[in-house]
Every structure is written in C-alpha cells, then in structure tokens.
Design a protein around this ligand. Structure first.
Ligand SMILES: *Cc1c(COP(=O)(O)O)cnc(C)c1O
Length: 373
C-alpha cells in the first residue's frame, strides 16, 4: 500500500499527461511555454484571485512573496511552530527573524491568541519590527483567517498565506490561496495538487505585484529588455513540462479528486472517531486533506500502532516529529518547550495515515482494522 498513491493517479490520467509531455517536447518551448500561462490563468480563476505567478517550488514562492512585502533584517515574521521548515527558513534567508507561534491543539493551525501574545512580546522587547504573519493551512485545513485578519489589522501587519498544503480547501466557499495580502502554494508531488518534480505559485490581486513577481522570478529583469536588470531577483520558474502535467491534474482535482479525498476522510472518521481523536474540521471549513492525522494518547501508543501498521505493510508518517523552535538551525534562539505546549504535545502524539483520492472504502477498512485490533 502507498501512503499517497501517485501511480494510481497517473494510471487514471495517463493519456492526457503523456500527450501533454509529448507536445512540450515537440514544441521545445521548455521555459515559460504556453502551458505555463494557461495553467496560471486556470489556477487564478479557481482560487479566486486576479493573478497567479508560477515559480520553481513552494519555498521560492514564499521567499518571493516575502521580497514583495519588503521583509529584511530587523523584521519579525510570525509563523506557526508546527509546520514544514520553509515557512520559517525563507524569512531567515532574507535576514529577517522568524517568531514562532504555538498551535491550536485541535486544528494544528496557528493559535490566534498565541499570535497576539507573540506580537505583544516583540513590541515590548522593542528589538524587532513586527511585519508579516505567515499562517499555514496545515494538513489541508485553512488557518483561522477570520481571527488572524483582525489581529493583523489591529497591529498593522501583512498576511502571507502559506497554502502549500491547503490548495483546494476553503472557508465558507472562499478558497485557500486567496487569503491575506498575498498567498503561495507548492506543487511538490505529495501536496494536494502535485506535479512530477518541483513547482510552486504565488497569488495576488495587485497588477503591480504581478508584474514585479514576473520580473523577480527572472533575475529582476525589465519587462521589455531581458538584459536590463532592475533589481536583484531569483531564477525561479515553473518548467513548461510541469505545467503540462499540472493541467490535466488540476482538472481531475476539481472534477473529482477533492470530493474523493473528502469521502476517504469521512470513511476514516466514521470508523475511528469513537476510539481516537480524529481530525477536527471547524464549522464552515473544508479541507483538501493533505494529511489525515490522528492525535493519539501518547508516544507509546503511537509506537505500538505504527508497529502494528507496519506488520500489515501499511505506511504511516509522523508530521512533524519536532517544532520549528526545536530545529537545530534555530537552537541559537534558545527557545523553551514551555512556550509551545500544544506543538510539543502534537509532536509526540500525531500520526498520519495513508491518504489520497484513489483509496477505496475496503482499503480504509483494512487500515482501520489494523489500528483498532
Ligand atoms: C511543502 C511545503 C513548503 C515548501 O514547498 P516546496 O515546494 O517543497 O519548496 C512550504 N510550506 C509548507 C507548509 C509545506 O508543506
């Protein structure tokens, strides 16, 4: 059994994907060919933003968005403590300081109260300038934007939505990657919408930001003269081949994969919710289920369940085994576990089960039986 069955998806979409790849090779337009702009407009339309700018990966997307927001040395960038490293590393690489915020123990997303506390602390210390909040749509569930937006407004901060895992989710119909001042996503193969390598995208409502991002992803070039570089940028574009692969995958994602993965979540929850703490989706929220994650009683129970699953050849994963404040790269900050109780509890107790749109009810039953026995 696969944790995320990319082969089953390829089998379902093989004719379209193969034809797309072949057409790109025939055209030899490997960089910024027609499928790239076609994909960008489809993504923007789906998400509900005016502009989509694709780039090389989700990490670059975050860095480019932070460059747009003018983040640099002396700035504090608030992000959740329980996330993939890129949500923080991209601030550090620009010389800014990431400030970690504990999570809500039920949703695994940034806790708004902890966010406000962290902002107040930075203001009191007076060393850093609070600038940007990066909420993460962890495991496919949009972050608590209604509350985070109020806090951002109160303290004059910008919001950058890290939608790398959230693509396809929504809050009362407003789609992930449309929240905040600017939003990003990733097309890493295992994300809700993945390509066959690395890829990413940025979403904005602002025409000038769109133009500047198109320049920044190509060494800061002028729109009219490729060898007139106006500012320091990156080399970060989505390959035409990846765009051609993503086009049929986006269609399948919208047409049936999102529904299918929500059915799988329902099957798991129906069978597991009496016995375990199953994922919490607040009223009005819709998840794209990048992960289906249980909160077990303790690390001993987790070890036992992982062992049982392994006996049945069922893969399971721990996302994430440590909080950002526990990463070696951030040991210099000397942060204490006491300030991140919900993250620390989650690192010890979470377990993610096989999850993808091509799982059938019988297989879910098999996984559940292996756990419950
Ligand atoms: C995967 C991921 C990223 C980075 O995306 P890449 O395409 O792998 O660079 C950023 N943030 C989160 C929350 C992610 O899960």
């Amino acid at each position: 059994m696969q944790f995320r069955d990319l082969k089953a998806q390829y089998q379902a979409l093989k004719p379209e994907i193969d034809a797309g790849i072949e057409a790109v090779i025939e055209s030899t337009a490997f960089i910024l060919g027609k499928p790239v702009s076609e994909l960008e407009s489809k993504l923007a339309e789906y998400v509900g933003k005016k502009y989509c700018i694709s780039c090389a990966n989700g990490t670059d997307a975050l860095q480019l968005a932070l460059m747009i927001l003018g983040v640099g040395p002396g700035d504090a960038v608030f992000t959740t403590d329980f996330t993939y490293f890129a949500s923080a590393g991209t601030s550090s690489i620009l010389g800014a300081t990431p400030v970690f915020v504990d999570i809500d123990g039920r949703t695994f997303n940034m806790c708004p109260e902890a966010l406000e506390k962290a902002i107040k602390k930075v203001l009191e210390e007076g060393k850093l300038n609070p600038k940007v909040i990066i909420p993460v749509d962890l495991f496919g569930l949009p972050a608590n934007y209604p509350q985070i937006e109020v806090i951002a407004k109160k303290y004059g901060l910008k919001i950058l939505e890290d939608g790398a895992q959230g693509f396809g989710g929504n809050i009362k119909g407003k789609r992930a990657c449309s929240f905040g001042d600017i939003a990003t996503t990733s097309f890493f193969p295992a994300k809700p919408l993945g390509c066959y390598g690395d890829g990413g995208a940025i979403f904005t409502e602002d025409e000038e930001v769109d133009a500047r991002l198109r320049s920044l992803r190509a060494q800061g070039k002028s729109p009219t003269d490729k060898y007139d570089n106006r500012e320091i940028g990156m080399n970060s574009r989505l390959d035409t081949l990846q765009a051609a692969i993503l086009l049929p995958k986006l269609k399948a994602f919208i047409d049936y994969e999102l529904d299918a993965v929500n059915n799988v979540a329902k099957w798991y929850t129906e069978r597991l919710s009496g016995t375990f703490v199953t994922p919490y989706v607040p009223e009005g929220y819709y998840s794209s289920w990048a992960q289906y994650t249980l909160m077990l009683e303790c690390s001993a129970q987790r070890e036992e369940i992982q062992r049982k699953l392994k006996e049945h050849d069922i893969p399971s994963m721990i996302y994430y085994p440590r909080g950002l404040h526990q990463q070696e790269a951030y040991h210099v900050m000397q942060l204490s576990d006491e300030d991140f109780p919900n993250t620390v509890a989650a690192t010890k107790r979470v377990l993610s089960l096989p999850m993808h749109p091509y799982l059938d009810e019988e297989t879910v039953e098999f996984v559940v039986n292996a756990i419950i026995k």
